[in-house]
Structures are given as C-alpha cells and as structure tokens.
Design a protein around this ligand. Structure first.
Ligand code: ADP
Ligand code: ADP
Length: 232
C-alpha cells in the first residue's frame, strides 16, 4: 500500500545542510497499523509530509496506493491526496464551521452534490460517535470530540490510508484510549491502512502491528510490536 525506496530529504539551513530523513526504505501493507516512533527532531513529520506529497524527497521515491506521490504534481497530486486522510495533534478544524460543516468540507472540495454530502456526513457522524453534536462549533467540544471530527473529516472521501501525526499527543490518557479504540475499530471495519506518528510508546503498544524506530533521520529498527516490547 505504501513504499518508500531510499528516501532522503535534505533542507538547506544557515548552519549547512540538514538531513531530516536519511535513506529510508519501508513497505507498509494494506490494512496494517504501522507506527513510527522517535524523539522530537528524528524526522517523523518530514517523513509524513512526503507521504502526502507536501514535501518532495531530495532522493528516492514514495508510492502510496499505487501512485508515485513523489513524482506527481498539481491537480493529479490533489486527486491522489483524496486517497490519503490525515489527522493532527491540534486537530486543524475550521473554527467558524460546525461539526457538520467541518466534516462536509472535503466533500465540497471534491464536488460531491449536496444530498449525497448530507448522507455521507450523517454516516460519518455515526461512525465516530458524535450524534447529537452535529451543530456544535469546535470551541464547544472537548479535545476527544474535536479529534473525532478530525477523523470523520479525514475519512469523508473514503481514503485508503490514514496518516495520524501525534494525533493523541494533546489528549489525556483516557481520551487517548478512546480515540485509539475508534481507530482500531475503523481499521477492522474498513481495512484502512493507518500510519501512526508518535513519541508515545503506549500508543504504539496499544494498536500498532509493526513499528519503525527513527533516530537522526534514519530508521534504526523495524519490528512487530510484540518483539519490540518483549524485553523489559
Ligand atoms: P520530528 O517530526 O521527528 O520531530 P521533523 O521531521 O520535524 O522531526 O524534523 C527533522 C529535522 O529536520 C529537524 O532537525 C528539523 O529541524 C529539520 N527540519 C524539518 N523541517 C525543516 C525545514 N522546513 N527547514 C529546515 N529544517 C527542517
Ligand atoms: P486543547 O485540545 O488543548 O484544548 P484547542 O483545541 O483549544 O486545544 O486548540 C488547538 C489549537 O487551535 C491551538 O493551536 C489553538 O491556538 C487553536 N485554536 C483554538 N481555538 C481557536 C479559535 N477559536 N480560532 C482559531 N484557532 C483556535
């Protein structure tokens, strides 16, 4: 579903060249929940930004759902991005729109007709458990509810892949658990491939099948989660 082949990303800075991602190769299977863990500055965000085409690799190639995302541009890239949903640490909701309006937004961009949009938004609200909160604004929601809106919005156009960038890092442990349960449920129901970027071990331990450990731009280990946590 996702493959990175010898991907390197460098940035030019005053202090010289920064290698944010250093010759990374990865293959992620359809339906897999794949964790990427590492300290701040390890290169996780840069990696994710290359998965959705926000950054181009300096070297190597990135393929997502059969498309070489690192090569395509313009309207083709926008179309390819509809196959890739994303959720964020700070939710990135539209503050002037209600729950319904936020979830509807990507459908409007994709040109889905109004009646169809309404039906899809209703399904998504049910899927993430926000019935009764359709007309609330983000400022009226708890952190967990905001992330549920983020998830519903990310899934609106039926993506094949969901990228989660520190998606539970702003939430308390109990809320984190409920969001992870929801992601697990969606993975099982729809076979969605999920990439989880995090610095929190317990997030990986709870739902990931495999994990890659990043340090200084390199993947230093890839293993099934069971193996990584085998030794105390
Ligand atoms: P993480 O998400 O693991 O915290 P990042 O991918 O954000 O790591 O950053 C990896 C390295 O690349 C860091 O040293 C960071 O400062 C650098 N970096 C990231 N984006 C840029 C940029 N746009 N310009 C210059 N340096 C960057
Ligand atoms: P928390 O989940 O910690 O309560 P918030 O949801 O309040 O966090 O905020 C998440 C991010 O959105 C923050 O970066 C904050 O500055 C921004 N934000 C919060 N409220 C608004 C608003 N009404 N308009 C624009 N940005 C906002």
């Amino acid at each position: 579903m996702i493959s990175l082949n010898n991907v390197t990303k460098q940035f030019k800075a005053k202090s010289g060249t920064i290698t944010a991602v250093d010759n990374v190769s990865l293959n992620i299977k359809e339906g897999e929940i794949f964790g990427i863990i590492g300290y701040s500055g390890a290169g996780k965000s840069t990696l994710v930004r290359m998965l959705n085409g926000l950054e181009k690799p300096s070297q190597g190639s990135v393929t997502v759902a059969g498309k070489e995302i690192s090569k395509i541009k313009g309207s083709n890239l926008r179309k390819a991005r509809q196959e890739i949903g994303m959720i964020f640490q700070h939710f990135n909701l539209l503050w002037s729109r209600t729950v319904r309006g936020n979830i509807s937004f990507p459908l409007e961009i994709a040109g889905v007709p109004k009646a169809q949009r309404k039906k899809r938004v209703d399904e998504l609200i049910k899927l993430v458990g926000l019935e009764g909160r359709e007309d609330a604004y983000p400022s009226q929601l708890s952190g967990g509810q905001k992330q549920r809106v983020g998830i519903a919005r990310a899934l609106a156009n039926n993506p094949k892949v969901l990228l989660c960038d520190e998606a539970t890092s702003a939430l308390d442990p109990e809320t984190t658990d409920s969001i992870l349960d929801l992601l697990l449920d969606i993975n099982k129901k729809m076979g969605l491939t999920i990439i989880l970027i995090t610095h929190e071990m317990h997030v990986i331990r709870k739902i990931a099948h495999r994990v890659a450990v990043m340090e200084n731009g390199k993947v230093v280990e890839i293993a099934p989660v069971m193996e990584i946590f085998k030794n105390p």
